[in-house]
Structures are given as C-alpha cells and as structure tokens.
Write a protein that binds this ligand. Sequence first.
Ligand SMILES: *[C@@H]1O[C@H](CO)[C@@H](O)[C@H](O)[C@H]1NC(C)=O
Ligand SMILES: *[C@@H]1O[C@H](CO)[C@@H](O)[C@H](O)[C@H]1NC(C)=O
Ligand SMILES: *[C@@H]1O[C@H](CO)[C@@H](O)[C@H](O)[C@H]1NC(C)=O
Ligand SMILES: *[C@@H]1O[C@H](CO)[C@@H](O)[C@H](O)[C@H]1NC(C)=O
Ligand SMILES: *[C@@H]1O[C@H](CO)[C@@H](O)[C@H](O)[C@H]1NC(C)=O
Ligand SMILES: *[C@@H]1O[C@H](CO)[C@@H](O)[C@H](O)[C@H]1NC(C)=O
Ligand SMILES: *[C@@H]1O[C@H](CO)[C@@H](O)[C@H](O)[C@H]1NC(C)=O
Ligand SMILES: *[C@@H]1O[C@H](CO)[C@@H](O)[C@H](O)[C@H]1NC(C)=O
Ligand SMILES: *[C@@H]1O[C@H](CO)[C@@H](O)[C@H](O)[C@H]1NC(C)=O
Ligand SMILES: *[C@@H]1O[C@H](CO)[C@@H](O)[C@H](O)[C@H]1NC(C)=O
Ligand SMILES: *[C@@H]1O[C@H](CO)[C@@H](O)[C@H](O)[C@H]1NC(C)=O
Length: 745
Amino acid sequence: MATTSIFIFQALVSLSLCQNPFSITTYSNGTYSLYVNGKEWLKSAPTFFRDSGKLFTAEDGSLKLFYTVHEVGVDKLGNFTTSDYLYWAGKKEMFVSIRQYDHDPNLVVFIQNYTDGASGAKADSFDKIISGFPGFQVQDGPVNRGYLSFGGYMLGDTHKSIGKWGDQTKDIRDGLTGGPLVIFDEEGNTLIISPLSEFMVASNWQDREVGGNIYWGLMGGIDEVPYHYTYMTIVCYAKGINKAFEKWGTALRKLYGSKENSLAQDLTLHRAGYWTDNGAYYYYKTEPQKNYEQTMLDLLNKTVFTFNYFQFDSWWYYKGLAGGVKLWEPRTDVFPHGLGYIYNKTSSLLALHNRYWSADTQYAKQNGGAYNFIVEDTGALPVDQIFWNDLLNKTLTWGLVMYEQDWLNVQFDKIKALKTNLTLGEMWLTQMNEAAKTNDVFIQYCMANPRHALQSLTLSQVTQARVSDDYSPGGEQWRIGVSSMFAYALGLAPSKDTFWTTDVQPGNRYKKSEPYTELNALVATLSTGPYGPSDMAGHIDYRLINRTSIYFGQLMHPSKPATAMDIQIIKHAFESLKMEIWSTYSMNMFKNTSLNWGTILAVETSGNVTLKYKDMDFLTPGVSYLVYDYKDVSSFREFKTSDNLVLPNNCTKSEFCLFHFVPKLEYGNNEIYMLGDVSKWIPASSTRIRSIVYQEADLLINLWGGANEEITIHYVFNGKLKSSTCPIKTTGWNCISMLTGKCVY
Ligand SMILES: *[C@@H]1O[C@H](CO)[C@@H](O)[C@H](O)[C@H]1NC(C)=O
Ligand SMILES: *[C@@H]1O[C@H](CO)[C@@H](O)[C@H](O)[C@H]1NC(C)=O
Ligand SMILES: *[C@@H]1O[C@H](CO)[C@@H](O)[C@H](O)[C@H]1NC(C)=O
Ligand SMILES: *[C@@H]1O[C@H](CO)[C@@H](O)[C@H](O)[C@H]1NC(C)=O
Ligand SMILES: *[C@@H]1O[C@H](CO)[C@@H](O)[C@H](O)[C@H]1NC(C)=O
Ligand SMILES: *[C@@H]1O[C@H](CO)[C@@H](O)[C@H](O)[C@H]1NC(C)=O
Ligand SMILES: *[C@@H]1O[C@H](CO)[C@@H](O)[C@H](O)[C@H]1NC(C)=O
Ligand SMILES: *[C@@H]1O[C@H](CO)[C@@H](O)[C@H](O)[C@H]1NC(C)=O
Ligand SMILES: *[C@@H]1O[C@H](CO)[C@@H](O)[C@H](O)[C@H]1NC(C)=O
Ligand SMILES: *[C@@H]1O[C@H](CO)[C@@H](O)[C@H](O)[C@H]1NC(C)=O
Ligand SMILES: *[C@@H]1O[C@H](CO)[C@@H](O)[C@H](O)[C@H]1NC(C)=O
C-alpha cells in the first residue's frame, strides 16, 4: 500500500482485555482485523470512496492515508477510544474512525465522516455503494463459520440466505434489498454487522468481481454528500446467535429509544382481530348478492365478542395507474355509507391497509390536488407533513387504530428520488409516523426491506412488521423463527399474517384447504404479533381461537416473540438440515425476581436432536425446571441443569412437538411447579397469571379472565400433579391457593 502518510504510528494494538473472546486490532496503515477467541475471523478489505466520477481506493493508493491517531470521547453508547484515519480522495478529505467502548469490548462502531463532502459520487448501479468502510474479505479461515444474511422484503425474510462462510460465499444479500449480516461458528460465537445510522441510505455490497469483499456504505444512487455527513456501522459480538441479536438490539435501542410503551398500547397486539388480506376468505370477495358493507356488517355482528378490530385490505380504496393508490377513501361500491357509518353502527375498530401512491393520485398538486408530491412516471410520493396529518385525521371517525403501510419495498423502488436523495426516505417515513402519533394510531410495516425495518427504530408508532410472505392456505409462510429474531431485536412485534381456523372453506378463491390450522394458530400466538383469522362466516373454529384468546379477544401470548433456537440455524448452515426449533418464554415475578416459563416448538425434526440445558438460553439460569409435552400434562419430568431434551424425530406440521418448561417455586419445605392454564397454548401467559403472591401463610396465584369463566390451574406439589378450578368473579379476578388448592373468592 502506497501512502504519503505524514505521521506513521506504531501498530495500534487492541485495547480489549486479553480474556475477552472478541477483539479488534487496528494498524497504522489503515487495515484492521476482528478476532474471536484469538483467531482471525475477519480481515479488512481496502477502504474506498467515490468522488468527482472517480473511485478512490486504498487498494491502489488512489485513496491516500494522510494520518492516523487515537482519540477518546463519549457517545450514547458510552466512553470510547478511537483509531482515526484521515484520507485524501483527490482533493477531498475523508475521515474514518473505529470506536471501541470501555464498558463493553464486544461492540465496535465504524464511522465514515465526509469532512469535505462529495460531489459526483454516484456509482453505476443503485445496488452498489459510494463508500466502503468497514470492508471485510470473505474467505476461509482458521475456524469453520456459517452465516445468515437478511435480504428482500418482509424484513429481509424473503431472500435471506444461510450457509457456510468462506471463499465460495457469493450470495451475501446486498444492495437496496440487503440487510444485516450474521457470522457464527458451530459453538455459537457470533458477530452481527449492520448499519447503525442513516438507515434509509445505507447499504452493504459484496464485490463479486474482485475477491468477494463485503462492504458497508452509502447506496449507489447518492451523487452529492454534504460536508461532515456521517454514517456509522456497528459490529457486535456475543456467544450465542440469539444472544448476539439481543445484544445488538439493545445497543440500537439504547441509541434510538425503546418502544415498549407503544407495544403495550397497540390494541392489535393484545386483542384478536379479523383479517381480509391476501389468503383471507374475503379478500376481493364478498358473500353472494352482498356488497362488502353487508358482508362485513353481518360478520361483525356475529363475532363481536371475539374480534376487537377488523383489518380491511386493498379492496376498499380507489386505485389508479400501475395499481397505486389514487384516493384513500372508501369506494362507493364497497362501502356505500362510508367507514364512519360502520363505526357508528358497530363500534368495531379498524386496521386499514395502504400501498404505494399512483402517479395520478388525486392528492398531488400535479393532478389538481392540494398537496406537494414528487411525481415520477412510475409513481408518486408525498413530501408534506400536512398531507399525512390530514390523511390520518379523517380516520378518527372511522375507528382506525392501526395503519398498515404495505408495499414499502415497491414504493421505495418506484421512486427514483428515494434512491438518490440522502434525506427523502427518512423524511417520508418520519412524516407518516408523526401523523400517526398525532392521531393516536400505530403502524404495521409490510413488505419492508431491512432498511425500512432499521429506520423504524426512530419511529415511535411502528410497533409491528410482517416477517414472511403472504399467507396462503396450506402454505409455508408460518416459518418465521429466523426473521422474528430480527424483528424482536428492533423492538417490533413480528406478524405472521392471517390464517384459517378451519380446513375447508367452501367457494374460496384459492381453491385450497388448510390442513395445518393448529400450527398456524400456534405460530400467530407465539409471534406476539397480531392474531387475525380470516375464515368464511360460519366456518370460524372458536375452540381453536380459545386456545389463544380469553374474554373479549384478549390474547394469551408469551413475553417475547418465539425465535429460532441457535441449533436450528447452526444445523442449517453447517449440515444443510432444515428444521424448525423455536423457543420463547412467559415471564412472571416470584419473590421479586423474574422467572421464565419456557416453551419449545419443534417441527420437521430429523435424526436425534439433543438439547442440553446450556442450549436453553430462554430459561432462567441456574433454576430447576420440569418439562412436559403439551398433549399430556402427566408426562412431566424434572429437568435439571445436567439433563437433556431429545426432540422426537417425528415432529411434523400436523403433529408438531411442543414442550413447556416450568420453574421450581420454593415454598418452605415444599416444591411447587405452577403449570398454569394448560387448556391454552401458553399456559403461564401473564394475561392469565397476573401475579404469584408469596406470603408467610400461603402461596397465591392471581388469575384474570372473563366473568363466570371457569379456570383450571394445574400444578405439581411435592411431586404430585394436582389441579384446581375457580370461577372468575364479575370483577375479572380470582385467586388460587397453592397450599390448599382452594379458590380465595
Ligand atoms: C498493514 O500493517 C500490518 C501490520 O504491520 C501488516 O501486517 C499488513 O500487511 C499491512 N497491510 C498493508 C496493506 O500494508
Ligand atoms: C465516561 O468517563 C467519564 C470520566 O471517566 C465518567 O465520568 C463518565 O461517567 C463515563 N461515562 C459513561 C457513559 O460511561
Ligand atoms: C466529522 O468530522 C468533522 C471534522 O473533523 C468534525 O468536526 C465533525 O464533528 C465530525 N462529525 C461527526 C458526526 O463525528
Ligand atoms: C357518527 O356518529 C357521530 C356522533 O353521533 C355523528 O356526528 C356522525 O355524523 C356519524 N357519522 C356517520 C357517518 O354516520
Ligand atoms: C345484529 O343483528 C341483529 C339481528 O339481526 C340486529 O338486531 C342488530 O342490530 C345487529 N347488530 C349490528 C351491530 O349490526
Ligand atoms: C382533525 O381535523 C379536525 C376537523 O378538521 C380538526 O378540528 C382537528 O384539529 C384535527 N386534528 C388534528 C389532530 O389535526
Ligand atoms: C432531497 O429531498 C428533500 C426533501 O424533499 C429536498 O428538500 C432536497 O432538496 C432533496 N435533495 C436533493 C439533492 O435533491
Ligand atoms: C371459548 O371461551 C369462552 C370463554 O372465554 C367460552 O364462553 C366459550 O364457550 C368458548 N368457546 C368454545 C367453542 O370453546
Ligand atoms: C419485594 O420487594 C419489596 C419492595 O422492594 C419488599 O418490600 C418485599 O419484602 C420484597 N419481597 C420479597 C418476597 O422479597
Ligand atoms: C436416536 O437415538 C436412539 C437412542 O439413543 C438411537 O437408538 C437411534 O439410532 C438414534 N437415531 C438416529 C437417526 O440417530
Ligand atoms: C413420535 O415418537 C414418539 C417416540 O419418540 C412416540 O411416543 C409418538 O407416539 C410418535 N408420534 C407420532 C405422531 O407418531
């Protein structure tokens, strides 16, 4: 490497403690390497910047390293020490920096700072990038590694790739639809690399022409970059793939804020709803001789105690050119009396779908409307805050609680300005969010690329996102364990989409049936996202819905979305074995500490999969458990830290395997395991089990439910399986004594 460095520093050795499994070494010549357990996992690739129509790269010396220095500072993640590099790209200064944090040696942040800006920077493709830092060589190394690369839409689920990492890895998902990259070994040591800022304009790019290096930087369509523009990439290490996602998500949320309050307030995440989107019985279909208004009113009338809101899909508004939205108002042939009429008549709340704007949208000034839009041949994009405010304000009289912004990837791809402008993408999504906040509605993202998903970190109302392709009866879109890790890390509830609760739906437009109703209903429950059946009237299986839902459609969820266990991803990457093995937990407090009631779902297991206690990262460490098969409570057995769970090799979509883990509650000399309401998928959900009260005289379980509902709680008392049944009082409460088995009220 030819440099004209004025100051050459000695090698800048890592600051990390030697015991720490992860470290980074940075050198004064601008190279750096990431190490895990002392082995070099990733070696840097040459930094580059584009400016004035030229490529400046450290590879051939056209990007010249000017000086190298260490600094200290503090940002929202904590105190850090940097390795800084100042480069010359022709006449422009480019500054890059690597931050290592004092409190956490497992986080590294890479910064690009356009000290002098850039002009004429664009690449020859939107999918390439105009700056590359960090960059890593993709090659075999001293340790076998696998990778998971998110890409495509539905939060990067549709085109994700999983495989072995090395010289031959050519399918890292990149460009406009690329997403976070996860690299791991067979022991679960894991690195996650993703943008940390400027989410709508940051991309990764694999240089498949030259060696296959992978880089992070600004997307290829950007031509002008202002002075001091800064972009950041994060690298995060943890032992365990799920643990790494949690750690990465914690860092992102520390920077951009938590959304726990929004998720708690979003009704569609806590109540069952009825859906009419693709895959639903009433998707572009009504009852014979009825319009949508009549079809929906009849359905609303019959299901009012089960479904708290209705989702109306793209069939209800006016479309224009290329299928875009012309006017987001109820069509007179669909809802002749409007949506306010339905709300007044039924008080049923709404979730309303929207898609991309058509080039002939009536809202645009170009088409005689009242608002500023960018209008291109292929579509349109609103640019006024007031447009979004007005759009959502009118829905207050419609009972709107959730706005579903679908086709996010297509909206992005259709508008060239979104692919060339540094600020427009963020502005578009921020304006939508601000209007939602003003009007008190929450947002679901659908067909989101990873960039939209990451941007949602800054958007308080975006509480949920679809994480797999559209539902199709009998189809495979329930496989959301991997994309749910991504959603969960960002603080989003993953949505599995609608499903049927009965197998056969006469006259359905898909000419299909649904043999896996139970699996679909279970997955919707485990997701913590919306639970939205879509059956034909008269074909709703309330027995199945009741396994998730209690009084007035309240959902019995676990405390976090179920995610693919590490072993699933590792077996997929290293052995090409495709199984679904997911876990989640319900958290309840006992004696002021939180205990996790665990759940494992297994589908399509093959061979003998043995799970050790140490694989069960969702259990409360060090606690003794018992485990039982959901089909047979009496199958319970102790599960100590030295025990294994061997998953049967016959778990299928129709006969899936589901195990529950129950922590031991010590009460005097008694050992109590509270299984919960085993008639439900998630027996110890905190919707039902409101608290466990430890008193000197008794151990009480507070229960929540519908008036007069009879609730049976199972528990194991000093080795014996017992159950007690209590009626819920009109207040919604009752309480069971674990010592006497009696109802308190
Ligand atoms: C940079 O410096 C390191 C450490 O001295 C050395 O191993 C490496 O070969 C150098 N790389 C280049 C591109 O000069
Ligand atoms: C950063 O370091 C300073 C000085 O040592 C200390 O006072 C401060 O609390 C640290 N800040 C953080 C966020 O750790
Ligand atoms: C970018 O670099 C300039 C010049 O060193 C500095 O003033 C500015 O604070 C940097 N920006 C960020 C966000 O670090
Ligand atoms: C709904 O009810 C409100 C309050 O009674 C009334 O002002 C409004 O006109 C009604 N809207 C429709 C569309 O019937
Ligand atoms: C439901 O149906 C009953 C009987 O047809 C009718 O009296 C009632 O008004 C309907 N309720 C709604 C909300 O449509
Ligand atoms: C919504 O529109 C109504 C009627 O035009 C107006 O009075 C109200 O202030 C608006 N609300 C918001 C939050 O913009
Ligand atoms: C990017 O979009 C914003 C918002 O519409 C606009 O103000 C700005 O001028 C655009 N920038 C460029 C370089 O076109
Ligand atoms: C569902 O549960 C409710 C109580 O929450 C009960 O009234 C109803 O009978 C149950 N329905 C079925 C079909 O089990
Ligand atoms: C739980 O914490 C509260 C308040 O911190 C305390 O008063 C109570 O004694 C604690 N209970 C137990 C069982 O430790
Ligand atoms: C699974 O384990 C059982 C008992 O250890 C053994 O008999 C059987 O051969 C194993 N099957 C496979 C496919 O490894
Ligand atoms: C699956 O295998 C287990 C034993 O490993 C057996 O008990 C169970 O009945 C089998 N289930 C089915 C549906 O064949």
